[in-house]
Every structure is written in structure tokens, then in C-alpha cells.
Write a protein of this length. Structure first.
Length: 119
């Protein structure tokens, strides 16, 4: 998967998930546009970081699973901060939104990667 394809998958999943969670749970009434903006900003910030940092870490952390886990944990924290600043959500709710949205896009990415890789 190219970086362009990956960002489309990320945005296509994370943005609606964040919007759904925040509106469905009434965590930020009347702030949907801020949630959308925060989701876009969070992905625009962290997605390129992931693609740049992963190859640099490969010689240091050869285990792909460990690398992905560490990078995703960092991304969740950074994006939670963006949600917190951009929407006024509590720190806990910001982490929940970030975790759920990132779990979905990570899962989709791993599934696409698994289906595209020959056995």
C-alpha cells in the first residue's frame, strides 16, 4: 500500500469514527466541526511521521510488531492531544477517541497488508 492509499484509508475510517463517537455519546455537543478539524489535523500530523520514522527504527527495532506497537502508542498519545486541544474533550475521552479511531485504521491496514502479501 502506498502512503497516499494509506492516508485515504486512515481518513476514511478515523474521521467518521471520531465524529460518530463524539456525537453519539454527546461528548462535545455542537462541536462536530471541531471534531472533524481535529481528526484531519491529527492524521495530517501523525501519518507522515509514521511513514518517516518506521524505516529509521527498523535497524534498531527489527521486530515489526514491536515497532508498530510503539509507533501506534505514540500516535494515539499525540492524536489524543490534538483532540483535547481542538475539541475541548477531557483527556480521558480524547484518549478513547484516539484509541478507537486508530485501532480501526491499524486493523484495516494490517488486513489490507495481509491480503496483499502472497503466502
Amino acid at each position: 500500500m502506498t502512503q497516499s492509499e494509506a492516508i485515504l484509508v486512515t481518513l476514511g475510517l478515523e474521521l467518521p469514527i471520531a465524529a460518530f463517537l463524539v456525537t453519539r455519546l454527546s461528548w462535545a455537543p455542537g462541536r462536530l466541526r471541531f471534531v472533524v478539524a481535529a481528526s484531519l489535523a491529527a492524521s495530517a500530523l501523525t501519518h507522515p511521521m509514521l511513514w518517516m520514522v518506521d524505516p529509521v527504527l527498523t535497524p534498531t527495532i527489527p521486530s515489526r510488531g514491536l515497532r508498530v506497537g510503539l509507533l501506534e502508542a505514540l500516535i494515539v498519545l499525540v492524536e489524543a492531544g490534538v483532540y483535547r486541544l481542538g475539541t475541548g474533550l477531557s483527556p480521558r475521552r480524547s484518549v478513547v477517541v484516539s484509541c478507537v479511531a486508530n485501532a480501526a485504521s491499524l486493523g484495516a491496514g494490517l488486513l489490507i497488508y495481509a491480503l496483499a502479501t502472497p503466502p
